[in-house]
Structures are given as structure tokens and as C-alpha cells.
Design a protein around this ligand. Structure first.
Ligand code: 0GY
Length: 289
């Protein structure tokens, strides 16, 4: 694994849709720069540098105001690159860390001071070697009260993870809705299973993200829109949205971030829904101090 991959579009289009003032891109990452923030020896992919300057230029180009930077698996549990990016953002970014479950109180406080507001548990076997649920639960019980947990899993794991998710003592955010098969439609088995999870507790949020990962038909990703719009309409106080830039592992697709932004009115068709998904909900989770 020596080749450093590029997974982002070199010249994303200017979207036709204008996000509301204060809009938050709630799912994006930074990679490196590698000479300052080396990748983990356990990384499953080795990306080209995609640092804060690139991310903030994209934020402005797309008409967003803020970012939530999610620690990517290629940086392991060393959150320095994410913290560096937050520190460069002039208050316009917050973050989600990946931590060693043995992490102590002082280290959690340092992350809090650096703008971290949650930790991520990743259950994708192609990205991480192990995901110890018992240890994850222990650390979840020690988190500051204003933090939350972000969970990334694929649809076939949903039932197995349900008791674990139910035991987490802080709000939960599910990345990419747990990757349902959106081609089954809004009432397909995987969307129904996800809705049933949302009914387990009223503080499970979801990211209505990644049409490029979930719908191979390409822009304007009609299957994704048809499956996800009813979810946003039924759970307006629980949805978040993000670009997923720099699109880890999407080097065969290179999604146009402008086209992704133009999806927003297709999944959140009213001003009210857009304001909740892009401003109110992320501000409640990430700028809650
Ligand atoms: C995503 C998706 C992926 C990667 C990561 O941390 C990561 O490396 O999250 C993926 O490959 O599906 O949410 O960015």
C-alpha cells in the first residue's frame, strides 16, 4: 500500500442551491499533511494530503459556514490532524475523535478544549481491525455530558448492534444511515429496519449523506433521494448533512461536491427542513457550550 490515492474532485462545480446562513457541513475529514501528521501504521488506505486550507476553501466555495471534522480511520487514534484543522478554523469547525478506549479524563478534557464533541466507533471491517463493543461502552460511559457517539456500520450489522446502541448513555449519530440499500426504496427492508432503530430512542441522529456511496446511478442520485426524503421529513429534528469530503476510498468515483450540495433540496424540500438539517441540529450537537 504505497500509492497515495486521490479521492476528491479537482474542480467541484458551484452549486445552484444556496445553503442557509450558518449552514454546517457535518461530515468531512482532513488527511495530513503527512509530513506533519503521519498516517497510522494500521491505515487501510494512504491518501494524498487534504488539509484544512483545502477543506475551508471548499466550505466557502459551496456556501457553507462551518465544518464538523470527523477523524478518518487512516489517522488511527492520533487526533492531531483533526485538532490542527479545528485550531485553524477560527471557531468555524468542531470535531469527532477516534480514541483508544482506555483514554483518561485529562486527555478527554484536552480534546474537549480542542473542539471535539464526540467519538466515533467504526465497525467497517475494511477500515478497522477490531471494534470491541464492551470497551466502546466503557469509554462511552466516561464521556463529557455534552458529547455524543458517532457510529459507522453497514446495514447487515444493524440488528446485532441494536442492544449496544441502546446502552450508549449519550446521544448517538449514525453515519450514512447505516448504509442501507436505497435501491429497495423508502419502504424497503433496510430503510424499514433503520426507521425501527430510530424508534428505539429519541436521541438517535442520522447523517443523510453519501449518495455517491449508496446509489451507483450517479447524480442526481434519484434512488437515494426517493429513499431518504421521507426519512428527513419524518425525523426533521434528527437529520444532519455533510459532503464526506475528501471522500475516503471513493477514488473510482470522484464525486462533484457541487452536485452533492444540489441534492439537498431533493432530500429536504422546504426551507424549514433545510434549516433544521443544516443549522439547528448540528448546532445543538456541536456548538452546545
Ligand atoms: C466515510 C467513509 C469511509 C471512510 C472513513 O474513517 C474513514 O476512513 O470514514 C469509507 O471508506 O466508507 O464516512 O468517510
Amino acid at each position: 500500500m504505497n500509492e497515495r490515492i486521490v479521492s476528491w474532485h479537482s474542480s467541484p462545480s458551484k452549486p445552484s442551491y444556496s445553503p442557509p446562513p450558518g449552514a454546517v457541513d457535518s461530515h468531512c475529514h482532513v488527511f495530513g499533511p503527512m509530513d506533519r501528521f503521519p498516517f497510522s501504521p494500521k491505515a487501510k488506505y494512504l491518501p494524498q494530503d487534504a488539509g484544512p486550507e483545502m477543506l475551508f476553501a471548499l466550505r466557502d466555495h459551496l456556501g457553507f459556514s462551518r465544518n464538523v471534522i470527523v477523524q478518518a480511520s487512516c489517522h488511527g487514534t492520533d487526533n492531531s490532524a483533526t485538532l490542527h484543522a479545528i485550531a485553524q478554523s477560527e471557531g468555524k469547525a468542531r470535531g469527532v475523535a477516534v480514541v483508544d478506549p482506555e483514554i483518561g479524563k485529562a486527555e478527554l478534557q484536552k480534546l474537549d478544549d480542542g473542539g471535539i464533541r464526540g467519538i466515533r466507533f467504526n465497525f467497517l471491517k475494511r477500515l478497522v481491525d477490531n471494534a470491541p463493543k464492551d470497551k466502546f461502552l466503557e469509554v462511552a460511559r466516561r464521556l463529557p455530558a455534552h458529547w455524543h457517539v458517532v457510529i459507522y456500520f453497514e446495514a447487515e450489522l444493524l440488528e446485532e448492534l441494536r442492544p449496544f446502541i441502546g446502552a450508549i448513555p449519550v446521544p448517538v449519530v449514525i453515519d450514512h444511515m447505516g448504509r442501507p440499500d436505497v435501491t429497495q426504496g423508502p419502504d424497503g427492508p433496510e430503510m424499514r429496519a433503520f426507521r425501527s432503530l430510530l424508534e428505539d430512542r429519541d436521541d438517535i441522529y442520522f447523517k443523510a449523506t453519501c449518495p455517491d456511496r449508496l446509489d451507483a446511478s450517479g447524480p442526481p442520485w434519484n434512488d437515494f433521494a426517493a429513499a431518504v426524503r421521507p426519512l428527513v421529513e419524518d425525523y426533521p429534528e434528527r437529520c444532519l448533512w455533510g459532503t464526506d469530503w475528501p471522500h475516503p476510498n471513493q477514488q473510482n468515483i470522484l464525486p462533484d461536491d457541487g452536485a452533492l450540495v444540489d441534492m439537498i433540496p431533493l432530500i429536504a424540500p422546504t426551507d424549514e427542513l433545510q434549516r433544521r438539517m443544516l443549522v439547528d441540529n448540528p448546532m445543538r450537537l456541536y456548538w452546545n457550550d
